[in-house]
Design a binder for this molecule. Structure first.
Ligand SMILES: *Cc1c(COP(=O)(O)O)cnc(C)c1O
Length: 423
């Protein structure tokens, strides 16, 4: 036995990486939050030592509160009672139920595409589908927005093809990159329709034009838009009547639809290809039948319920109006997400802790690597369930924090305005 084998020391290697992020202030602390079905945004916070308190959640991606919808819950219960808890296998080996098939049909219908494919998460849909599609084309060039989500970046990276990153939403930069690239070379533009941390929209019309002029496919992540935008609640491409120009649409069942899982919707051939070649689809147990049944019910409800979406957007506007009159600056790009820039990870965490401990309102600090260093923020997500009273309470709390931490905040002002464009 050797004394100095690497295993004698490996834990300290890992610990020093952890200590580094602690020093930098972006060590992640998970708040133990138990949401109360039927009472969203109310939740019970377990604050340690067996203590609990009631709080209001202001940072959930359950944008429409569909995770607590009665019909969704009963669809899940009835599916679990009929079929059991787990699916029992991969899609290929005994794990395909009628709920999976119906769900995929419903998703295809939602996006007016020929076919759809469900994954266990939006993350794995992006990673697996992109990797397999890009890998299929020799010499493929990937054009990727610089603020793309980690799941898109991983899918692109693991395809091992050449990628070019264009500045966020900068169509001119995208065009410059494409100058001189052979029209016949395979290309794919990868972007999001609503950027979840910047809260802004992609210039879809212009991107489609660039794709047509240069012979590129478009892969669009509509994760933060599905269920919310468009007459069919299918996202931004639906809202602008552009869905037919998008080759592959990706979405999640976990945010506005309130369940778990992700998907792509596209042509028959692309779906058949991904279904047949994508390892992240093939070699994993399919989603629980109850999740498929609940998602199916949720999509159907959201599609026909214009009221829930109009209440949602009214509440978003009300929060923005209240923030403005409280003098709290935020990025307003017209979407439903409201980022308040802080510009420093430690301060971001301090403000979040202050809001939770002193005011019982919960917004999680958003730090690196979710956003670039120096652009740390809190990200507010109103829902149809946040009534005017809870909004006023929240804005008062934020105002209290804002003016308390103001002297420290101003130090970081110039830092973030250079990095993030407030629109
Ligand atoms: C959350 C998110 C995903 C992943 O979706 P999940 O269903 O939560 O795995 C993908 N893309 C973007 C832009 C996201 O914000």
């Amino acid at each position: 036995m050797k004394n100095h084998n690497w295993k004698s020391n490996y834990l300290s290697t890992l610990q020093s990486e952890i200590d580094k992020i602690k020093d930098e202030g972006h060590y992640r602390v998970f708040n133990n939050i138990e949401r109360k079905a039927g009472q969203f945004p109310k939740a019970t916070r377990h604050s340690g030592n067996g203590q609990t308190e009631e709080i209001d959640v202001w940072c959930s991606n359950d944008y429409l509160g569909m995770s607590q919808n009665k019909n969704v819950i009963s669809a899940m219960q009835s599916a679990a009672e009929k079929l059991g808890a787990g699916s029992g296998g991969t899609r290929n080996i005994s794990g395909t139920t009628n709920f999976h098939i119906q769900l995929e049909k419903e998703i295809a219908l939602l996006h007016k595409k020929e076919r759809a494919l469900a994954f266990n998460s939006g993350y794995s849909a992006n990673e697996s589908a992109l990797k397999s599609i890009i890998s299929a084309f020799d010499n493929c060039l990937v054009l990727s927005d610089e603020l793309n989500h980690a799941s898109l970046i991983e899918g692109i990276r693991t395809s091992k093809k050449e990628k070019a990153i264009y500045r966020h939403n900068d169509v001119k930069h995208l065009k410059d990159i494409l100058k001189g690239v052979d029209f016949m070379r395979p290309k794919i533009i990868v972007l999001e329709s609503v950027y979840s941390m910047e809260a802004d929209f992609a210039p879809l019309e212009d991107i489609i034009q660039v794709a047509q002029d240069n012979g590129a496919l478009i892969y669009l992540d509509e994760v933060h838009a599905v269920g919310l935008y468009g007459p069919n609640a299918a996202g931004v491409a639906d809202q602008r009547g552009l869905a037919e120009h998008i080759d592959i649409i990706n979405g999640t069942l976990a945010k506005a639809f309130g369940l778990a899982g992700g998907y792509i919707a596209s042509t028959e051939t692309i779906i058949d290809f991904v279904r047949s070649f994508s390892k992240g689809f093939i070699f994993t147990t399919s989603m629980c039948p109850a999740v498929a049944a609940g998602s199916l019910e949720s999509i159907r409800q959201v599609k026909k319920s214009n009221e829930i979406r109009s209440t949602f957007f009214e509440n978003v506007d009300f929060v923005k109006k209240e923030l403005r009159s409280a003098g709290i600056p935020f990025l307003d790009s017209g979407s439903h997400i409201i980022p308040v820039l802080i510009g420093d990870s430690k301060l971001c965490k301090e403000i979040s802790d202050f809001l939770l401990n002193e005011h019982q309102v919960y917004v999680q600090p958003i730090n690196y690597p979710t956003v670039p260093k120096g652009t740390e923020r809190i990200r507010i997500t109103p829902t149809p369930c946040h009534d005017p009273e809870s909004t006023e309470k929240f804005v008062d709390a934020l105002k209290d924090a804002w003016f308390k931490f103001m002297p420290q905040l101003s130090k970081f002002e110039n830092q973030f305005t250079n990095k993030t464009k407030a629109v």
